[in-house]
Design a protein around this ligand. Structure first.
Ligand code: GLC
Ligand code: CA
Length: 562
């Protein structure tokens, strides 16, 4: 069966501000990205997903868009983007934009007009009259605090914002909004981009009856539990309760019809792809009328996972994916903790990387995770760039610098998503080679760059995390079974060994991952399948120990014919 490019490509998320600074102002830009395309090609990247790179006041790091059909001047504007797109395509690398449908920046001309109650754009946003001197209801912003704000704090009418108060929600029940946004989509597709990652899909509609939410007082504590990651079960429970608080604001009827409308717009252009920032497989529709892919966030959240989590995840998801749609796995992104911080080091993280690159579906890598860049807790209020902490932690306001306690600053730094957005370390030179010496990067680099966590040092070190990624990406690319084969577990859920077979009609691969801190026997089913693969049964990756067992933390892969 013929597969589409997006079913076989490795996706790589570039955080434009942090990737590479080409013009030496401390801010990443397209000139910088172009210079690093060879690095991406060498890594085996088949598609780049760019986090938003549009003009923006940058209060939500670009997810607050002031102009949907231009590129931020600090990134080089549209001319630099065209050069980049062309250079990527020449290397066979596709490019996806981030499409933020739910909200604009309050600086967008649409909202600037809509602030006037008599403006024809008034109904492009969600306005409601206040109630008893307060907001229309008790809904929360997902960034904390009320979901309703008034312009300059005055007037009877409030506008709704699922995120920052500077990110007013568009009114998607207004057909004019839909048409304007589909024009944006066509603009980029005509320019040649290969698809979109859809931001915050679940927030697009709200319950038109605006019923009160329940459990809102708990929100802050639940959010903290997600960050603390005491156990995957605890994270899952907190996530479910958050979902309940927002049940009138998330996943409202109308979304599937809207996704079908968008899909029809995109399908007018050949060979493009849509990935939703959502985990619900229902957004695949019938397999060819909604989203091509949604992220497997349950697997991401289950980290540091074990064999049983992975098998359960695959068992519940794979059969529910309709023909035409495709799984999409990921271990991290710009909103969550860094991969090596979740796994407690680059050693353990290899088990997750091996799973990502050998499980069914398209793998997505977040820039820097291939190097093992860790979380950076920024304790300096002035260095924080992710403004949502100031909405989520009102206690930070109005305190003098010395009144801010160590505990408060620690909490700020751990909450701020800046922790996972620090600039890419390219070498051990000053500023990690991200920007010139003497220039202040927009966010500090993680200091580990000087201790070897950087592209140059890891490229030279055969045993580095970067080279581990590279070897497995290359193995995946040349093995049809790993790219598109069926999935069959080869060991039970109770042990420490995760083992499975991937197979197409012509090829097969067997993967065995030992999550234990000591050697483990190779499961009998693995031995049987490997023996059946033919005379050459030595692993293509990794090795068994002298006794024929799987070494502690070991990754062993066999490939062959059927
Ligand atoms: C998505 C983005 C996140 C952003 C939010 C609002 O969840 O990944 O970074 O803050 O949407 O646009
Ligand atoms: Ca720059």
């Amino acid at each position: 069966m013929k597969h589409a490019w997006w079913q076989e490509a490795l996706f790589y998320q570039i955080y434009p501000r942090s990737f590479a600074d080409g013009n030496g102002d401390g801010i990443g830009d397209f000139e910088g990205i172009v210079k690093r395309l060879d690095y991406l090609a060498d890594l085996g990247v088949g598609a780049i997903w760019l986090s938003p790179c549009y003009p923006s006041p940058f209060l939500d790091c670009g997810y607050d868009i002031a102009d949907y059909t231009d590129i931020a001047p600090e990134y080089g504007g549209l001319p630099a983007f065209r050069v980049f797109l062309d250079a990527a395509h020449r290397r066979g690398i596709r490019v996806l934009m981030d499409l933020v449908l739910n909200h604009t920046s309050d600086q967008h001309p649409w909202f600037q007009e809509a602030m006037d109650p008599r403006s024809p754009k008034r109904d492009w946003y969600v306005w409601r009259e206040g109630w008893q001197g307060g907001p229309p209801n008790n809904w929360l912003s997902t960034f904390g605090g009320p979901a309703w704000s008034r312009v300059n704090g005055t007037g009877a009418y409030y506008y709704y914002h699922a995120f920052l108060r500077e990110q007013p929600d568009l009114n998607w029940r207004n057909p004019a909004v839909r048409e304007a946004m589909w024009d944006v989509v066509r603009f980029w597709l005509r320019l040649g981009v290969d698809g979109f990652r859809l931001d915050a899909v679940c927030t697009i509609f709200e319950d038109p009856a605006y019923p009160e939410s329940e459990g809102t007082a708990e929100y802050e504590a639940l959010y903290a539990r997600i960050l603390q990651r005491q156990s995957p079960e605890d994270v899952a429970e907190a996530a479910a309760r958050i979902q309940a608080i927002f049940r009138h604001q998330f996943d409202q009827p109308g979304l599937h019809a809207l996704m079908r409308e968008l899909r029809a717009v995109v399908d007018a252009f050949p060979d493009r792809v849509l990935i939703g920032e959502h985990e619900d497989l229902a957004y695949h529709g019938n397999g060819s009328d909604e989203l091509h892919m949604v992220f497997n966030f349950p697997l991401m959240r289950a980290q540091p996972f074990g064999p049983r989590d992975v098998l359960e995840n695959q068992r519940t998801r794979l059969p529910a994916i309709p023909t035409g749609a495709w799984p999409c796995n990921t271990l991290g992104n710009h909103d969550v903790c860094r991969l090596v911080s979740v796994w407690g080091g680059a050693g353990r993280a290899r088990l997750a990387v091996a799973a990502l690159l050998t499980l069914p579906g398209t793998p997505t890598v977040y820039n820097g995770d291939e190097l093992g860049v860790a979380n950076l807790v920024i304790r300096d209020v002035d260095a924080i760039r992710d403004r949502f902490v100031f909405q989520a932690m009102p206690e930070l306001h109005g305190l003098t610098a010395d009144a801010r306690s160590g505990e408060l600053l620690e909490r700020m730094g751990s909450l701020s998503r800046d922790r996972a957005r620090t600039p890419m370390p390219w070498s051990r030179a000053a500023n990690g080679g991200f920007c010139p010496p003497g220039v202040r990067p927009w966010l500090p680099l993680h200091p580990d760059f000087a201790a070897g966590v950087n592209v140059a040092d890891e490229t030279a070190d055969a045993g580095s995390l970067l080279n581990f990624w590279k070897q497995l990406i290359a193995l995946r690319a040349r093995c049809r079974a790993l790219l598109v084969g069926d999935f069959q577990p080869l060991a039970g859920e109770t042990g420490d060994v995760l083992a499975y077979r991937r197979a197409t009609a012509e090829s097969q691969a067997v993967v065995a991952l030992n999550f234990a801190g000591e050697a483990r026997a190779v499961p009998a089913a693995v031995r049987t399948v490997v023996r059946g693969m033919g005379v050459e049964t030595a692993p293509v990756y990794g090795a068994l120990d002298e006794t024929g067992g799987l070494p502690a933390g070991g990754v062993v892969i066999w490939t062959g014919g059927v």
